[in-house]
Design a protein around this ligand. Structure first.
Ligand code: XIL
Length: 353
């Protein structure tokens, strides 16, 4: 064999191995570019379908740095079936999936059972548990089957627990009883035995109370054989987020063997909407850079096989969900799609600096 051919073969093997190392089990190796090319795990971003269609700069920014996408709205129940229990509108979610496929990006499925972004018709369903059970099962299984082969991981249940570890009194809990979380995961597993199934929640990284209470619940579910493969830490954090609490959450989840997804990351600088933080200053930008750096560095320390990835909740400050409430600049790119110090902090952490 010529030197060139053996070199090419070795390069190919190495490339494939590097590619495999860069994706969670069962997934196609995603494209590697920008942040996604530096990290040893996928770097994702939440995407708004209409903006993806209409704004080329938004699209370019996604392609420049990310190799995983989460639909910010399009895969939620209220978007998938706005009109009735049986009429699905796949168009918007399919558009995102095609974009991801065309560009070799992973799609993370978000989210099957939640109590927000719900269709109005749910409120008119009869008050009997059999009807609600059928709606839950059908929603989970029809959605998973529709995307089978393209979406290999799902947030099956989102934000089900209170800080105390009690189930939140959502419509699902009210109509289906406390066993609904376990059944949701079992329905999901039956629909796609290979898909990775996540429980996703906020504030697990915000201190020991909610973390420990929810871990007790997850341990109980695990003991009953409920198929939960991973946990999503939303990581809607801020300058006041206590990094040791983030480390604690990562370590406790890692010790339990879960895949861990930082699933909705942003670092708010104006959490309390105070006169001192309502205007973006170089100091706030520097503090934000530091917080990104610390959290990404902490994530790098968990075992490689449990690093499902880090997903940013939004492409740029101009379209953060947090602006629904107050002035805010929580992301890696500014209003004009330019890199912020936060981006440098992310890169420095990935590079071990
Ligand atoms: C938010 C989106 O950003 C908004 O555009 C949408 O209207 C409501 O949902 N936790 C979650 C996400 O799991 O799905 C939420 O996303 C933010 C909080």
């Amino acid at each position: 064999m010529s030197t060139f051919r053996s070199f090419a073969r070795r390069a190919l093997t190495f490339g494939l191995l590097a590619g495999l190392a860069n994706c969670a089990p069962g997934l196609v190796a995603p494209r590697s570019t920008g942040l996604g090319g530096i990290a040893p795990f996928p770097i994702g971003v939440s995407v708004y379908g209409p903006t993806l269609k209409n704004n080329p700069r938004y699209r370019e920014a996604i392609l420049r740095d990310f190799n995983s996408v989460t639909a910010e709205v399009e895969m939620k129940m209220g978007a998938l079936k706005p009109v009735s229990a049986t009429e699905y509108n796949w168009e918007d979610a399919d558009y995102l999936v095609k974009f991801a496929k065309d560009n070799r990006m992973r799609v993370h499925g978000h989210t099957l059972i939640w109590h927000v972004v719900q269709p109005r018709w749910l409120e008119t369903l009869p008050n009997d548990s059999a009807t609600w059970e059928a709606v839950m099962r059908d929603h989970i299984q029809t959605t998973i089957r529709h995307f089978k082969g393209d979406v290999h991981a799902w947030d099956v249940v989102n934000e089900a627990y209170e800080t105390s570890g009690e189930l939140s009194n959502t419509m699902w809990r009210k109509h289906l009883g406390p066993g609904y979380v376990a059944r949701a995961f079992r329905y999901a597993r039956a629909a796609d035995p290979k898909a990775k199934l996540f429980y996703n929640d906020f504030d697990l990284e915000g201190g020991p109370n909610k973390l420990n209470a929810v871990l007790v619940r997850l341990d109980e579910l695990k003991a009953q054989g409920v198929p939960i493969d991973g946990v999503g830490l939303q990581m809607h954090s801020s300058l006041t987020t206590h990094t040791p609490s983030v480390i604690d959450a990562l370590e406790k989840l890692a010790a339990r063997g879960y895949l861990i997804h930082i699933s909705e990351m942003d670092v708010a600088v104006n959490l309390y909407n105070l006169p001192t933080t309502r205007v973006l200053t170089p100091q706030l930008l520097a503090d934000q850079k530091q917080k990104y750096k610390e959290i990404v560095a902490a994530y790098l320390k968990i075992p490689r096989l449990q690093q499902y990835g880090i997903t940013m909740w939004g492409v740029h400050d101009g379209q953060t969900w947090l602006r629904e409430n107050r002035p805010e600049w929580p992301l890696l790119l500014d209003d004009d799609f330019k890199y912020k110090p936060a981006y440098e902090g992310f890169v420095e952490a990935l590079r071990g600096k």
